[in-house]
Design a protein around this ligand. Structure first.
Ligand SMILES: Cc1cc2nc3c(=O)[nH]c(=O)nc-3n(C[C@H](O)[C@H](O)[C@H](O)COP(=O)(O)OP(=O)(O)OC[C@H]3O[C@@H](n4cnc5c(N)ncnc54)[C@H](O)[C@@H]3O)c2cc1C
Length: 405
């Protein structure tokens, strides 16, 4: 009997989970994972954290030992997929070779958004998405004295913290009038500005970047308002773009990500998708969203694998995320967009441990918890299960977390 083949495009968080889940769901055909990076699936979050700061090696990053994929008979094929022929169920790779599939999973993720300003091609200017990006940055560590980070989002700030830890003088430039504007309340932006300032990182907001200046290597970054910052290393972290071009070319429905249903199906019954490249309807927030987070990639992959095996396992997870900077672990439950009231538990003005609860019409919709794992777990539970809580209790530090509900 001819065995059927499941092919996964992408070799990262979604793919790593999907391949293993396929075997768990009973797929006994071939499994081929195709990715353009020369590595088995690895953890991406440490790239701006412990890997950049030199505390972890590439081996430490691997999501699973390679022996496990061997044991499960999962093949890894390195290459860039350039076309999907849905009629013939055939993929074409950049080197001209092809790959047949019976079932296909798109786990193509996202790539760093590039900026097009004078000097952005100079040596010493980097983005941060892959191991090779970090290796490029690390080549300057030891000699670089001044780093400029363009973008005050989580990746920019984590990169700032990691470079600072290695003795480099760091400036963060943010075009918006506060850091983390897209994702948090102003109170959180103020908190992180204070922390970075205390740690010796300089943050400038409301800054227009005019040019990256240098002859072959970067020498400075020139901004509006007549400001120039010396730099021998520039890291740009201005968001990501989902990798959806393959899907678009194959007439798979895309709208800010590949459109998937609750079971991670695309508009082709033989093709599922999972992770950063997808756009799904999230019942917790009653709207379609595209998430950029490891938990989302892993959970969607479980539903996608089940679907390939003909089993309906709906994906209904609450979005959650984390960020590590210095001694701070931020854990975020839910999405705060649309909140009308913020309650802070703890000392956000001077301390390094607090929880910020986002409410909408009296209901908890999200929480940012800094060094507060208990509040994070509580918030996740409340939001997931739509439980009600007396908002006046949340701010009361005298009330132990386990008695809040
Ligand atoms: C520096 C950094 C820090 C982060 N920190 C956190 C964090 O703290 N917490 C958190 O939850 N999330 C974090 N994230 C986000 C998280 O890493 C992503 O959400 C996650 O990696 C998404 O996984 P994915 O499998 O969907 O896609 P990706 O990780 O983007 O992987 C997609 C893979 O597919 C490959 N690919 C794409 N197209 C093709 C093609 N045509 N042919 C072959 N291969 C292809 C890509 O090269 C890539 O290897 C961070 C991301 C970065 C970059």
């Amino acid at each position: 009997m001819n065995k059927r083949t499941a092919v996964i495009i992408g070799t990262s968080h979604a793919a790593a989970q999907l391949t293993i889940s396929l075997r768990q769901e009973g797929w006994d055909g071939d499994i081929v994972m195709i990715g353009d990076e020369p590595f088995w699936p690895y953890h991406r979050p440490p790239l701006s954290k412990t890997f950049l700061s030199g505390d972890k090696s590439i081996n430490d990053l691997l999501i699973r030992p390679t022996a496990l994929y061997d044991k499960q008979n999962i093949q890894f094929r390195q290459g860039l997929v350039t076309a999907i022929d849905r009629n013939q169920k055939k993929l074409t790779l950049l080197d001209g070779s092809t790959q047949h599939y019976d079932k296909l999973a798109l786990c193509t993720g996202a790539r760093a958004r590039k900026i097009d300003i004078p000097g952005s091609q100079l040596s010493g200017v980097h983005y941060l998405r892959n191991i090779s990006d970090v290796q490029g940055i690390q080549a300057h560590i030891g000699t670089a004295k001044n780093a400029v980070i363009i973008g005050g989002g989580y990746i920019g700030l984590e990169t700032a913290a990691s470079l600072k830890k290695q003795g480099i003088s760091v400036v963060v430039l943010e075009v918006a009038d506060r850091i983390l504007q897209r994702v948090t309340a102003p109170e959180l932006s103020t908190f992180y500005s204070r922390i970075h300032t205390e740690e010796g990182v300089k943050i400038y907001t409301g800054v227009t970047i005019k040019a990256i200046v240098g002859t072959t290597c970067v020498e400075s970054v020139s901004c509006g308002q007549g400001m120039t910052f010396p730099a021998d290393l520039v890291v740009i972290g201005v968001g990501v773009i989902p990798n959806v071009e393959l899907a678009i070319a194959a007439d798979i429905e895309v709208d800010n990500g590949i459109i998937v249903d609750d079971y991670c199906r695309t508009n082709d019954p033989n093709i599922v998708a999972a992770g950063d490249c997808t756009n799904h309807f999230n019942a917790h927030y009653n709207r379609r969203i595209r998430l950029e987070s490891v938990p989302n990639a892993s959970e969607q992959a479980k539903s996608a694998a089940a679907m390939i095996c003909g089993i309906e396992k709906a994906y209904h997870s609450l979005p959650w995320f984390w960020s590590d900077q210095y001694d701070l672990r931020l854990q975020i439950a839910g999405l705060s967009h649309g909140y009308d009231h913020l309650i802070i538990r703890g000392n956000i003005q001077e301390g390094r441990s607090f929880a910020a609860f986002y409410l909408q019409k009296g209901h908890l919709i999200a929480a940012d918890c800094v060094n507060r794992p208990q509040e994070f777990m509580l918030s996740k539970r409340i939001i997931e299960k739509k439980l009600t809580i007396d908002p006046s209790l949340l701010a009361n530090e005298l009330m132990p977390v386990n008695l809040l509900l």
